[in-house]
Design a protein around this ligand. Structure first.
Ligand code: PRX
Length: 635
């Protein structure tokens, strides 16, 4: 029996038991047998959740790109590594072999080196889903620079905040991007952001849309001519297993986004191992994850996990709705995709358009379907199962987070019996716990509580860049000696987990994490606004949408409401990005508060969701009349 590739349910239990009874020897074996190291570790694991400090494979040396590229050159050199499918279906797809990808990464690494980037420097990557994005990520890893990819849908303010937080020296961007029938002026957004980023010394610009853009003398350079001149070998910089690999920002319930820091060795081992098992990837398969590399899903399951396994990974530049809502299925048919991994919000959007667009295409290549990013509701699960998987492809509902680096709770396809809306069982090595509000673990089945993880796993984030205290406060303080996920979950009668959603002030809209505080801050910048509170409410496509309760300074002012609404959404777009726009805005004469002045969001959440029969305990409410007014005017 190979512990690396689990093929039956029995095997899952056996391997799981090994992984929790003796985690160190378990992970040591996986790491030793399936990866290339330049030097072995002194310690498999050292950890302390109080500090918190987590170290995997300490003392080991490696370069992750030797695992993603070099080691495949002899056996898979001519195999497609990245299959790039452009936004426009009439533009040919590009098959980049492992040899070609190796050359491109080495050339890019030489360009970075020549521009003065070295080990430990931060490089911000703000690119659309074009091959240069994956190449840039790997080139950073090859020279030991820390990449910080910012999703190219974020605004200039969001971009500059992230650049400054990690002190990036360089930005890699494109002239613009295609998004369905639209183009986006990415370089314009970068120029705007860089007005506030004095630390950025150079900008490399990939040409994608051939737009006429401004290039700042001495700072900006076109990427392609530099690559054309670059040498096609770059010997990988040897890194320590616990050296940083990347920073990726995720929203917190308050304040600045959190720059989650992932380190090399453990992240590599865990993402590769989960990829192999959760998708049951076989050598000839074509695997497609529809996420953007700007999110953790893309980092772990478009780039690192698949490439470490020598897989063919599809990178899609476009959107599911262009040129029509059959685009995903057309791609599955065209490239004979075997594993398809997407988000519930996409499934719901596609389901709205019926099955006609599915029936046009041959989806018989599909073997495994995946879901990630938010809870999948029963209706979407069945639609996906019946129409896309034709009831023969298991659905893996994978629960995890930017912080966890890799998939944590998931079925193993063809092994774990699936159950709609359940992420089912912990992956190998993962020890979940449900906790009650008094900090006690809730044992047994048919219970619900706050989801924690009791024991370290290799790909967990090691800190928040520049703010270790916040890392400790956010994840290791709510429950003693546990990693707290911020999610609620229930465990059914057989021990399957179902994630019920966030228990903090993070709202997941179309699979994107949005903290309420930064949105409220943006709204409060409007000079007519006195205060605001954002809550989520159920939405049939996005999962949740945002509802803003806003008090104006001049409460009697009603004439300008529509303008103020538009201006508020524009402010949010400018400060964060269009994904954070409010679906509903209700102006109120006040917000429900406790006597100590805290906004009672719980009440607003119920009102926004039309669940007003039982508002719960309102005894501490300072201003009940406001609640009545809000209920009378609810949208
Ligand atoms: O609330 C959970 C939800 O997404 C959060 C993590 O978001 P992010 O860091 O952006 O990573 C998303 C991709 C891994 C979690 O705390 N979430 C993620 N996957 C699921 C989920 N909720 C329910 N079911 C899932 N499968």
């Amino acid at each position: 029996m190979s512990n690396y590739h689990i093929k039956h349910f029995e095997e899952y239990f056996q391997v799981y038991r090994k992984s929790v009874n003796n985690p160190e020897s378990f992970w040591e074996e996986i790491a030793e047998e399936h990866f290339v190291w330049r030097k072995k570790w002194n310690n498999v694991l050292r950890w302390d959740f109080q500090k918190p400090e987590i170290k995997w494979f300490e003392g080991a040396q490696l370069n992750i790109t030797e695992n993603c590229l070099d080691r495949h050159l002899h056996t898979r050199g001519d195999k497609t590594a990245i299959l790039f499918e452009p936004n426009d279906p009439n533009e040919p797809a590009e098959h980049i072999t492992y040899k070609q990808l190796y050359d491109r990464v080495c050339k890019f690494a030489n360009v970075l080196h020549d521009k003065g980037i070295s080990k430990g420097d931060r490089v911000c990557i703000y690119l659309p889903m074009i091959p240069e994005l994956a190449v840039a990520v790997l080139a950073c890893a090859r020279i030991g620079a820390i990449h910080s990819v910012v999703f190219a849908g974020f605004s200039s303010t969001a971009l500059s905040t992230r650049i400054n937080d990690c002190d990036a020296k360089m930005v890699i961007c494109a002239d613009g991007s295609y998004r369905g029938s639209k183009t986006i002026d990415l370089k314009g957004i970068v120029d705007e952001a860089l007005k506030d980023c004095p630390g950025v010394e150079s900008v490399l610009v990939a040409k994608r849309i051939n737009s006429d853009i401004a290039m700042k003398e001495g700072r900006d350079e076109w990427l392609q001519p530099l690559l054309d001149e670059a040498y096609r070998e770059y010997s990988a910089v040897i890194m320590d297993a616990e050296d940083p690999l990347f920073i990726l920002y995720t929203s917190g319930s308050t304040g600045m986004p959190k720059g989650m820091l992932h380190t090399i060795g453990g992240y590599m081992v865990y993402t590769a191992y989960t990829f192999k098992n959760v998708f049951q990837y076989k050598e000839e398969d074509v695997y497609w994850c529809t996420a953007d590399i700007g999110w953790i899903t893309g980092h772990s399951y478009i780039v690192y996990g698949p490439l470490c396994n020598g897989a063919t990974t599809v990178m899609f530049e476009g959107v599911p709705s262009y040129p029509d809502f059959g685009r995903f299925w057309e791609i599955v048919d065209k490239h004979k995709v075997n594993q398809f991994y997407t988000a519930p919000t996409a499934i719901r959007a596609l389901a709205k358009h019926g099955t006609e667009l599915i029936e046009k295409y041959d989806l018989s290549s599909l073997k495994v379907l995946g879901s990630v990013g938010e809870p999948i509701n029963e209706e979407a699960w069945h639609w996906y199962n019946d129409n896309v998987g034709k009831k023969k492809s298991p659905i893996v509902d994978t629960w995890w987070q930017t912080e966890t680096g890799g998939i944590m709770i998931t079925p193993i396809p063809f092994s774990t019996p699936t159950k709609p809306t359940y992420a089912t069982l912990p992956f190998i090595g993962i020890q979940p716990a449900l906790m009650d509000e008094n900090g006690q673990e809730i044992k047994g089945n048919q219970v619900d509580g706050r989801l924690c993880i009791k024991f370290p796993w290799p790909s967990m984030a090691r800190t928040i860049w520049g703010n270790h205290q916040r890392y400790k406060d956010t994840y290791f303080s709510a429950f003693e000696n546990m990693y707290f996920t911020g999610d609620g979950a229930l465990r059914d009668e057989v021990g399957y987990y179902r994630i019920t959603g966030r228990v903090d002030d993070v709202i997941i809209v179309s699979g994107h994490n949005l903290g309420t505080a930064p949105i409220e801050d943006a709204i409060n910048e409007h000079n007519a606004v006195a205060e605001s509170a954002i809550v989520g409410f159920p939405h049939d496509v996005k999962g949740n949408a945002l509802y803003g309760f806003i008090t104006l300074k001049d409460v009697g002012e009603t004439r300008q409401h529509d303008n103020v609404r538009k201006e508020i959404n524009q402010l949010i777009t400018d400060r964060i990005g269009p994904i954070a726009k409010l679906d509903k805005i209700q102006f109120t004469s006040g917000l429900p508060k406790t006597r100590s002045g805290k906004i009672m969001r719980r009440i607003l959440r119920k009102i926004a969701s039309h669940e007003t029969e039982n508002l719960g305990d309102t005894s501490t409410l300072l201003n009940p009349e406001v609640v009545q007014e809000i209920m009378d005017n609810v949208k």
